[in-house]
Design a protein around this ligand. Structure first.
Ligand code: BDP
Length: 591
């Protein structure tokens, strides 16, 4: 799959805007053939989640079926071209109809999918696009479903979230990413796998394409860099005269792949921005371009007011401003692959990314071969999309599996992890792999054995040792020592933090206040910096985010260092002082 972009051979028409929709709580749409066209619709913005946009219509907690509709005009000049409909993602499942005919459906959740609609749409006319969406996860997958019935059956009514979820963020539904109609040449590049690296001698580039005919030539910043190669062939090149990509100097190059026929005529062009850098694990260190790196940053969410999980470009720009302002150098895309624009920004601004598969709280009481297969497929799709991004330094295969303590079901979890890690290494062995371990899964968690660096989420001073920072600090030190003794690998704290309701203050150590959050973060950071095996940490979370309803959440998870509207809490200034080298960085006004 090649991401939509425009050049002399490719034409991508963005279909974002106001669409029409109709909720289908009774599931009558199928029978009544809504795929032929919807009536009684409401306006809805794409991209965007339906929940907050249409809260007043009663859709805030709605996770059922909802149908989308809009017309697409197929340009008259599309006669000689193939028509591809591309979706950045659909949360969580979609069936696509063109003039009532099934055109395709979505694949692994939170990742792009596309379909060829050439035979369904005539140039110079409009077609009716109808999408049947539902926000229910499949029962099996890297991210398993949980329903209200499961809570009842397991006598865990007190754990129930509304809407029912297995994770601590809101299950926003809808077309949360951009949709494109692409007009592509018939003879074209269908897939392009691009890997870059860096060594003492310079950059390395490995390109492998699938194309329908001819040969592909490769250009870097407009200059030819190699022979033409056939479909499926590996094209490997050492590039002496390039600079490395790094957080301090995120140098990017324009890669152009040109498909040519036997006479040298150009048939198709694919362009991408690439950077050259290397990552590896050596002993207890994470190495970037030959030097150890300390990770300073956040776990984030795609979550903003009203847009919900929908792409919100102004907020994306703002978030990168704030990451720089605070002195962060990295982010984990907790707990799912983010929209690809996030990676473009990270490439450009030198923010390192740990890219995570949509897999949370995997329940090993329920796993079988279907979950493992879907997990492998999600890994394949994620790596296919993201492998060319210089910013991506590691893959996180899952967040907090075994959270009910069922890592004790090792007869299931041990072979699961062994198979998954082995599979992912066959797809990309250039980046370290990890899994974020939860306290309840324990330190014998077989996922830790296979991880290249040990990743832990820990809430000493919050979910345990509440309000007691001395005890929290001691627990963190102990766990570092224990992990170092057992694994002798780098240790990364992918989550730590405390909820703070903006505006709550106290002169003593009081949970939920801005001071407690700031102090906890500062005390953790001191322990993390002092420990030789710790390669840094990510505060949970960058900003407050909406959760499903539960007695332990005040509408939102308030562990943000920024509010949901991105106003700083006290901890933001504490972190800025810890992370930035320049004195008094607080005022950045240039006018
Ligand atoms: C961790 C989860 C994260 C939650 C966080 C919390 O990985 O998704 O939001 O706890 O409770 O266990 O704040």
């Amino acid at each position: 799959m090649i991401r939509p972009h425009n050049n002399s051979h490719r034409h991508a028409i963005c279909l974002d805007g106001i669409w029409q929709c109709r909720a289908d709580p009774q599931e009558i749409g199928q029978k009544e053939k809504w795929r032929d066209g919807l009536s009684g619709t409401l306006s809805i913005a794409v991209p965007g989640s339906w929940n907050e946009q249409l809260a007043e219509t009663g859709l805030l907690n709605y996770t059922g079926t909802l149908w989308y509709q809009r017309d697409i005009f197929i340009p008259g000049f599309a006669h000689e071209q193939e028509l591809i409909l591309y979706f950045g993602a659909a949360d969580y499942n979609a069936q696509i109809f063109i003039d009532g005919k099934l055109a395709g459906s979505s694949g692994p959740q939170k990742l792009p999918f596309e379909m060829n609609i050439t035979k369904l749409a005539a140039p110079g006319q409009s077609v009716n696009l109808v999408i049947k969406m539902d926000a229910q996860l499949p029962e099996h997958g890297p991210m398993q479903r949980v329903t209200r019935d499961d809570y009842v059956a397991e006598k865990r009514d007190r754990d129930e979230y509304w809407p029912a979820v297995r994770f601590d963020f809101f299950p926003f539904g809808g077309l949360n990413r951009s949709v494109y109609l692409c007009l592509l040449p018939k003879q074209r590049i269908v897939e392009a796998q691009i890997d870059t690296g860096w060594s003492d001698k310079g950059g390395t580039l490995l390109v492998k394409t699938k194309h329908t005919t001819g040969k592909v030539s490769c250009y870097l910043d407009g200059l030819p860099v190699g022979e033409a190669f056939a479909s499926g062939e590996n094209f490997a090149l050492d590039l002496v005269d390039v600079q490395p990509w790094s957080p301090e100097d995120p140098k990017l190059y324009d890669l152009k792949l040109v498909l040519k026929d036997a006479h040298g005529n150009a048939l198709d062009t694919v362009t991408k921005k690439i950077g050259f850098r290397s990552v590896s694990i050596q002993g207890e260190q994470f190495i970037l371009n030959g030097k150890p790196i300390q990770l300073k940053g956040f776990g984030k969410h795609e979550d903003t007011p009203v847009s919900g999980r929908g792409v919100n470009l102004p907020m994306l720009v703002k978030d990168f401003q704030l990451l720089k302002w605070i002195g962060a150098n990295s982010v984990r895309t907790s707990h799912y692959p983010y929209d690809e624009t996030f990676l473009d920004m990270a490439d450009e601004q030198g923010i390192l990314v740990i890219s995570e598969i949509f897999s949370i709280n995997l329940d090993f009481r329920r796993t079988d071969e279907r979950d493992l297969l879907a997990h492998k497929q999600s890994a394949e799709a994620l790596i296919a999309r993201d492998r060319s991004h210089a910013c991506v330094i590691a893959w996180s295969l899952s967040n907090e599996p075994g959270y009910l303590g069922e890592a004790v079901y090792t007869e299931r979890s041990a072979p699961y992890w062994e198979a998954l890690f082995a599979h992912v290494r066959t797809i990309d062995n250039s980046r370290p792999l990890t899994v974020a371990n939860v306290h309840f899964a324990g330190l014998d968690d077989p996922a830790l054995i296979h991880s290249d660096f040990v990743t832990i989420n820990r809430y000493f001073g919050w979910y345990s040792e509440p309000g007691q920072l001395d005890r929290a600090e001691a627990s963190l030190r102990n766990i570092f020592d224990e992990l170092q003794r057992r694994y002798a690998k780098p240790i990364f704290v992918s989550e730590f933090g405390a909820d703070a309701v903006a505006g709550m203050h106290a002169t003593t150590d009081q949970m939920w206040t801005e001071e407690y959050q700031a102090d906890l973060i500062a005390r953790y950071w001191k322990v993390m910096e002092q420990h030789p095996a710790c390669i840094g940490g990510h505060v949970w979370n960058f900003a407050d985010f909406r959760t499903a309803q539960h007695s332990r959440r005040v509408v939102m998870n308030h562990k943000g260092v920024f509010t949901r509207a991105r106003d700083p809490k006290r901890a933001a200034f504490t972190l800025q002082e810890l992370w930035r080298d320049d004195p008094s960085p607080r005022r950045d006004n240039k006018n």
